[in-house]
Design a protein. Structure first.
Lengths: 337, 337
């Protein structure tokens, strides 16, 4: 029906250590036909997310991607053909469409086909109004139960999720301390996003810095990185503090299993809680979060930063940037106008 | 006023490695006089609890015991003189009375002066109806949110707290698997206490055994021991599973900090929660727990096992038994008739 080719990035092997282009293989197929109840989507942006490292390597909360399959990913684009009455050609949507030009999708997949709100560009919909924004929103407010006046510390704070977490916490009246790597990222947090303080974990002593910036302890620690930073944050957990486990990017490229948080007994001393969550469990409440996030975006209270790499061929390299800290905000790959 | 001496065990030094008699010093003083609003208690039983190891070594949820002070401990006995209208001589009570014959106490101390319910001997009141029973009750039901039909795994299962946790879980309709050291303890769990299964961590492969006995995963893991057993339990955490951190006795005698639970990211994959708690936070609800526990004791649904060492001089050695696993149930020291 549609002329042209469908470019794809297939998973070529299970990664060892750092993820990179050699873990993927380029492929081209015909453009697929949607069956009854399915829609054909033409992707314009591919998403790069740390959790993809897990999908490549092993069964986690989802089965791992089979070798030779299209790399699983969120993507955003436009419906070009629909055999589902709820979707019309031209409609902008996002979903688990994979690293490819064209995807056949059906409502009821792991991630539903999510319409993109009017008035927002696709990259914003994939970032602040997408998986990233929802992760920050539900992780901080539902799992972390952050309340006005509390101290919130977030790691990976200059990343897509971390910077959204910190800004929502500020909106909610919390004291917010971000942990990031390098002075540029730290300046961004305090000068552009309004964080109360930023800690450069590459240059500062974390224990000293956390003691300085969290004089009343940490009520909510939102963890994107794991490792030593998690351990240091546990030291300062306030009474009834909450540790939200969103990710552990510092450990994902390490095939030999990383050490656990040796200070976990602070949970006992401080009567604290450490809880993992997945945003997919909250999709039935997506409308609530999107309404709030869209409102903050429109009011200028929430800034969204998207880091767009151009060109389909650069998807694997764009993914690798997440693990070196090169990305500035949500990492997307633009593959079509 | 009272003739005689007051024997005391004072903390002599901060312990290194295994706790033992050399960490304490015997002392004798006059019997103290209660001031206005205070009561004088003559102790009959001293309690030995794993958490005392922490109190000896460092500030935790309470300040550490100063060197030269009477060793902090729960004790149970009889009011012999009262200058508080709510307590009368002859009344049986328990509280933070320390390792000594006579204690001056006042309501409003960290642990209130808790009257011993009529019809129960002091050892039972200090075990199933005391800190131990309340720890099991609130930890399992409030923190762990154990529900009928769920699988509960408890470590240190033959210990005072663990055996109570398992029995309450059975009363509540859970499937209960206990982890303990040695065939005698395991037989006790399944044959006397009605556990569904027991795992001898000294002889069995924990991963294999947990897989066998928890085919639907672990909904609540009640952890008294920490270390490797915690790590293995995390592997089998069910979706939305809860890890209740009650203690980590395997690590208390290790001055070099023990490793953390390297499988903590299972909390993310399984959307689980790990939570520490202290029973002292639940004392305002003690009456609810004591009523339930006393009812189960009377009905024969809950068995209480107390391990009584005779003689004041043996208190330090009795404490050491907790860490070698020699004790069988709640460890008490009888110091007077």
């Amino acid at each position: 029906m549609f002329q042209g080719k469908n470019r794809q990035w297939l998973l070529a092997r299970r990664p060892e250590g750092s993820v990179g282009p050699e873990d993927f293989r380029r492929n081209e197929t015909e453009i697929p036909e949607p069956g009854e109840g399915e829609v054909l989507v033409r992707n314009q942006y591919l998403s790069c997310d740390p959790t993809q490292r897990g999908w490549m390597a092993r069964d986690t909360y989802m089965p791992m991607v089979p070798i030779g399959d299209v790399m699983r990913a969120i993507a955003g684009g436009e419906v070009v053909r629909s055999r589902d009455g709820r979707f019309a050609p031209g409609q902008r949507v996002q979903g688990f469409f994979g690293w490819q030009d064209y995807a056949v999708a059906k409502p009821g997949d792991a991630l539903p086909i999510v319409p993109i709100p009017d008035g927002f560009p696709i990259p914003t919909a994939m970032s602040a109004l997408g998986l990233t924004g929802l992760t920050a929103y539900f992780g901080l407010l539902d799992v972390g139960q952050a309340k006005a006046g509390e101290t919130v510390v977030v790691s990976g704070a200059a990343g897509a999720t971390g910077s959204t977490v910190g800004q929502i916490a500020k909106i909610k009246g919390c004291r917010v301390v971000g942990i990031a790597g390098g002075p540029e990222k730290c300046r961004y947090l305090t000068q552009e996003l309004g964080f109360d303080a930023a800690i450069d974990y590459k240059r500062e002593n974390l224990i000293t810095a956390l003691r300085t910036h969290c004089p009343n302890g940490i009520d909510v620690y939102f963890d994107n990185v794991g490792g030593t930073i998690l351990d240091c944050a546990l030291v300062f957990l306030a009474l009834h503090g909450r540790v939200v486990i969103c990710g552990a990017i510092s450990t994902y490229n390490d095939e030999t299993q990383a050490a656990g948080p040796k200070n976990y007994l602070r949970l006992l001393i401080r009567r604290g809680r450490m809880e993992g969550f997945l945003v997919l469990d909250y999709y039935h409440r997506a409308a609530e979060a999107i309404a709030a996030l869209a409102g903050w975006l429109r009011e200028g209270k929430l800034k969204d930063r998207v880091d767009i790499v151009e060109g389909f061929d650069n998807a694997p390299a764009a993914l690798a940037r997440l693990f070196t800290g090169e990305n500035r905000g949500k990492q997307l790959v633009k593959i079509a106008e």
